[in-house]
Design a protein around this ligand. Structure first.
Ligand SMILES: O=C(O)CCC(=O)C(=O)O
Length: 262
């Protein structure tokens, strides 16, 4: 997977310091136009059933466009441009080669150590004109089933993501408060009001191929896609070597190792 040549020597001190203080950091352009388009085309082929990958997880957008009306566990429901989310992208060789790119290796090693694991890799798709909003949330909590808080995610735009297409929005510094509720996930209205989230939020419009570091505990959301183009993005959650799965009803998950010493 081709990254832009400047990523080879990208200075990481600034983005890492910003990430630690504010809970997010722009890395700037990372993917070449051609690579971003190839990944976006592959996402389209997966959704249309033209490139089946056994084991991939699909969640379709709700018929009403409301988050509350989502149908869970339906999986693949036939060719559609309106899948909202695809998980286990690492099962597809093209996405795997992006996930394991040398820039992400350098960043994750700086923050997580020499050995790095994958918690999840997700395609977030917003179909033209209808793709739904994702409400304020944190990416941790009981459903994550981990023995310590995960903290490093990298979000990458495969299409231009202006505010009207549903760019990322964050509450800067919110990661410092830990989980807003023990359950994690969606942030309650009471918490949003107490933090005055609407007043302090920052929008992060991005161009195709740009990447952004996002702390798992940073409150973030994305809006509805009101444009006539798709808005696709990938987010990858990384883990360090010590993190273990705590689930007990089924065998604990074994995470995929992405980067090893040397
Ligand atoms: O890009 C999106 O629409 C959602 C991203 C997100 O919420 C996440 O990665 O947790």
């Amino acid at each position: 997977m081709k990254l832009l040549p400047q990523t080879e020597h990208l200075d990481l001190d600034g983005p890492i310091a910003h990430f630690q203080t504010h809970g997010f950091a722009r890395l700037g352009p990372v993917l070449t136009e051609g690579s971003a388009c190839r990944l976006a085309d592959r996402a389209q082929a997966l959704m249309q059933g033209e490139h089946p990958v056994p084991g991939m997880f699909f969640q379709h957008d709700s018929p009403t466009g409301r988050y509350e009306d989502l149908r869970f566990n339906a999986g693949w429901v036939g060719p559609s441009e309106r899948y909202r989310k695809l998980e286990k992208l690492e099962l597809d060789p093209l996405f795997a080669s992006f996930i394991e790119n040398p820039l992400f290796e350098r960043i994750t090693r700086r923050l997580l150590g020499e050995t790095v694991y994958l918690y999840r890799s997700v395609l977030w798709n917003k179909a033209p004109g209808v793709g739904m909003a994702v409400p304020w949330h944190q990416d941790d909590g009981v459903f994550w089933g981990l023995d310590r808080p995960p903290f490093l995610q990298i979000w990458t735009a495969l299409d231009d993501a202006p505010p009207e297409a549903g760019c990322l929005e964050v509450v800067p510094g919110s990661h410092r408060g830990g989980l807003a509720t023990p359950a994690g996930g969606t942030i309650t209205d009471a918490c949003l009001k107490a933090a005055d989230a609407e007043a302090v939020k920052t929008s992060l419009p991005a161009r195709r191929g740009e990447s952004i570091l996002v702390h798992n505990h940073t409150w973030h959301r994305t809006g509805r896609n009101r444009t006539d183009s798709p808005r696709r993005a990938i987010s990858i959650s990384f883990l360090d070597e010590e993190t273990r799965c705590t689930r007990r009803r089924r065998a604990p998950r074994q995470f995929k190792r992405l980067f090893s010493p040397g």
